[in-house]
Write a protein that binds this ligand. Sequence first.
Ligand SMILES: [Fe+2]
Length: 467
Amino acid sequence: MLANAEIVRRFLELKHQVHPDVVSYIREQDDPSLIDRIAAAVPDGTLVISAEHIPGLKKVRDGTRFLTNPELEIIVGSAGTTGSVTGHEDAVHYFRDRYNQLASMVRGRMTAMPIEALAKSPHRYRDEECSIIGMVAETRTTAKGHRLVELEDPTGSIRVLFNKGRDESFSEAEKILPDEVLGVRGKLSNDGGLLFADQLTRPDIPINHAPFRSDRPGKAIMISDVHVGSDTFLNEAWNRFADWLQDSDAAYLLIAGDLVDGIGIYPGQENELTIKNIYEQYDVFAEMLRDLPSRIQIVVIPGNHDVVRMAEPQPAIPAEFTEKFPANCTVAENPCLLNLQGVRVLMYHGRSYDDMIGLIPGASYERPGEIMDEMLKRRLLASPYGMRTPIAAMKTDRLVIDPLPEILLTGHVHICGITRYRGVLGVNAGTWQSQTSFQKQMNIHPTPARAFVVDLQTLQTEVMDFS
Ligand SMILES: [Fe+2]
């Protein structure tokens, strides 16, 4: 098997720079002759070899688009589809479903054996290359700075060591999160108790992924975290936004949760509320929506400040709070998957940022785009179970990212961010609330009063600033 550094070096000898996606593809294919074939086919003047230069690699779209409603359709997460939380009896089903969904994505790119087989006959596999796919049960750093991870599949569990001296898999190994699903290739220790990892494979987005684009004009506006009722809600900026919408040609407005500030969300919140009644908060929000042009179709989901349960998937905000919402507004669950003219948008409020930023070295609230990349690589909106993101364990795991959307829309961190990862556009839409006293304490600087306009034909974005 070729090492990453070796692949990069061979391309350099052929006077080419190469994108990391191409390097990982060659490693996965385990076919060194690919290097010469790719280099031979590259047009003159190419600066960096990317996935499109791989001969024979066809762009593939994830799923077909049968449009029952050509305009707007909620594919997953329409109101009333998530169940109630019944305790922990479904946790076994939940994790099995997560494992099955994610393992099948990894299996598309590597052949793995059951963990049980390694444990039962270690002598057979001693010093041989073995591949397994497992869910992360535990992860820690050893005294010597290596990463020790316990991986589980339905047949058993094994400890996997990522050596810090191997820079290739180690930087990724440092980002391993509890309850994500990984493929690992490595060598088994003599006694069969430990796998020395050489290569780490995540479910990820296939490098030949081709996003769908609408065949006719259409624009979607994306915002988040309005926080109506808070004394830091930016009323004037919102009015400028509402005025601007009157002349806008956008057909859709998506709002990714924290519609209102809520009540009793954090200690002392009552001192920072201008509207202290939860029904009134939603009534004022409803009035704001009714002021917007009725030709715009609106979709709203809840966030952690809204009135529904915290555990994800969060149900849609109940009718008793949304009675005054206009008819052009659809109330959906968090997360939910939408179809806008064939373009899929995965809306997720983003509570899991709190966990991922704490666990991934170098991650920051200032750069939500990087965290969206990490969600897409894991094909999971929220990985760790039982940390700051409460998860409702049900028979299926709705936090798995499947099918792939064209656009991932999140909020929660109150800082705008944008990313493009293997054809998927990630947007963190910021907030309509200025810096709160809590954020001041935490030294978090929000970027409020922005709206993202996404062209559904090109997937190009424009940021409008109403601050
Ligand atoms: Fe928020």
